[in-house]
Design a protein around this ligand. Structure first.
Ligand code: UD1
Ligand code: MG
Length: 481
């Protein structure tokens, strides 16, 4: 394959969205990203992407996902034929077979494109179009064949006769052609159609008129050929893509408890004998190891989950969850979280840029930001790592086998040594040496008999008076309240 041309300049007006159509995401890639990924294994020397509507955003996206692809601007969207001509003009030296593909075909798979290319080669055609027979061809170009079954034309629905509209074989918008022949035929494509646009599909009829060989190749799986023109189709394509991903995972030994509510991007890896509970979303570069249980109701973006880990009702991004770690329920792991083997982040805990050593635990109601915690340490409930002074972020270091009290504030930068303890309710502003007990709270005093004197006749006073452990005699005057 000498070149791949992706047509991605159309406005996608039927999407009714400010986002260019080909940038809409599904299954972990943009629509354009899926098309490029399907074509990549063909190893084309050149990839040309026609951009127009929303070109800045599309070009910037292209630079990220396919920096070697050449973006070519189609100033005015005069139709798919015009777009293809603009693309071929940008690579004048091109010869041999070129794959031209609509940018709105996110379900296209490499195997389908390869089968099209092989059919094209085997038949020795100048142009071969990918087709599919679908139950509802509404809105699509129809494949017209003669009595011998040879493809003679592609007719858009809006230009079709009633008889042609009844045809259920449609144009997938994927073509392999001889570059020189397509280039030449494109110069002859007119705009005498309902939309007044230059249709790429007319190239086929022109070549047939010349008596040149053209063909159609039916896709093995019609789903591969489905385009995406509005939000309802986008949702349907996303669902199909997800079904494919889950099918592959289940075939490979992953347990998916509820495929209807489990969403996994095409870029995710899940090992055999991992379990995905209902309501799980695995996104981006997430990797889940064997024996891990994820969910229910968990969203992991670009995360690593180790063997045998449990991640329950959790929202996490760019976090590394080690083997046999327990996370959740109701945990929020933010970027830079690293949880070593056997550690635990429990309920209503938020972490960010925090390393937790082997077997350490943050069980309840805490915020741990910019922290390094050693092995075997327990962080008391309701602890806040006070990392931000309003200007800069600071780091807290807690050693190994430390026991920090409940309701502590660690005002960073601060260090608590190995084996140290801190008292409940402490605001730790100074380092606590190894083995020390850090206490940083006001000393308690009791004002005996205060309730009886100050709140006489209340249920509290009556209860105090009736108590089997009556208050000691007055020894001091309490504060006014
Ligand atoms: C097109 C085909 C139709 C086929 C269907 C498959 C034409 C005339 N019709 O219809 O036969 O059944 O795809 O999904 O091609 N584009 C440009 N520049 C333009 C116009 C379009 O780059 O000036 C791009 C679009 O971004 C899109 C592709 O070409 O990726 C097809 O355009 P679209 O408007 O989606 O055509 P359909 O009506 O879907
Ligand atoms: Mg389309």
């Amino acid at each position: 394959m000498s070149a791949v041309v992706v047509l991605a300049a159309g406005q996608g007006s039927r999407m009714r969205s400010g986002t260019p159509k080909v940038l809409h995401p599904l299954g972990g890639r943009s629509m354009l990203g899926h098309v490029l990924a399907a074509a990549a294994p063909l190893g084309a020397e050149q990839t040309v992407v026609v951009v127009g509507s929303g070109r800045e955003a599309v070009t910037a996206h292209l630079a990220q996902i396919a920096p070697l692809a050449l973006p070519v601007v189609q100033e005015q969207q005069n139709g798919s034929g015009h777009a293809a001509a603009v693309a071929l003009d940008a690579v004048p030296g091109l010869s041999g077979a070129v794959l031209i593909v609509n940018g709105d075909a996110p379900l296209l798979r490499t195997s389908t494109v390869q089968a099209l290319v092989e059919a094209h080669r085997a038949a020795g055609d100048l142009l071969t179009v990918l087709t599919a027979t679908v139950p509802d061809p509404t809105g699509l170009g129809r494949i017209v064949r003669d009595e011998q079954g040879r493809v003679t034309a592609i007719v858009e629905e809006r230009d079709a006769t009633d008889e042609q509209r009844a045809i259920t074989e449609v144009n997938a918008g994927v073509y392999v052609g001889d570059a020189a022949s397509v280039r030449e035929a494109l110069t002859r494509v007119g705009a005498a159609n309902d939309q007044g646009e230059q249709y790429l599909t007319d190239v086929l009829g022109l070549l047939v008129g010349d008596g040149r060989p053209v063909g159609g190749h039916r896709a093995a799986d019609a789903a591969d050929t489905l385009g995406c023109n509005d939000q309802r189709e986008l949702a349907a394509r996303r669902r199909t893509l997800n079904d494919r991903v889950l099918d592959d995972l289940m075939r490979a030994g992953v347990t998916v408890v509820d495929p209807d509510t489990t969403w996994v991007d095409v870029t995710v890896e899940v090992a055999a004998d991992a379990v995905l509970q209902p309501g799980t979303q695995l996104l981006g570069a997430t990797v889940v190891a064997t024996g891990a249980v994820v969910g229910p109701d968990t969203t992991l973006t670009d995360c690593e989950v180790g063997e045998g880990a449990r991640v329950v009702r959790t929202h996490a991004e760019l976090a590394v969850v080690g083997p046999d770690v327990s996370v959740g329920p109701f945990a929020y792991l933010r970027p830079g979280t690293r949880l070593a083997r056997g550690s635990k982040v429990g309920t209503f805990v938020e972490t960010k840029n925090a390393s937790l050593g082997e077997g350490s635990k943050i069980p309840h109601l805490s915020y741990v930001g910019d922290a390094t915690i050693g092995e075997g340490t327990n962080i008391g409930a309701a602890t806040v790592f006070v990392n931000y002074d309003g200007v800069a972020k600071h780091h807290t270091t807690i050693g190994s086998h430390a026991r920090t009290g409940a309701d502590n504030m660690f005002v960073a930068p601060v260090t608590v040594g190995d084996g140290a303890y801190t008292a409940a309710g402490s605001v730790i502003t100074d380092d606590v040496p190894a083995g020390a007990m850090g206490v940083a709270r006001a000393k308690q005093r009791n004002v005996a008999g205060w309730v009886g004197r100050r709140r006489p006749g209340t249920p509290a006073a009556d209860a105090a008076a009736a108590s089997s452990t009556p208050p000691p005699a007055d020894d001091q005057q309490g504060p006014q309240s």
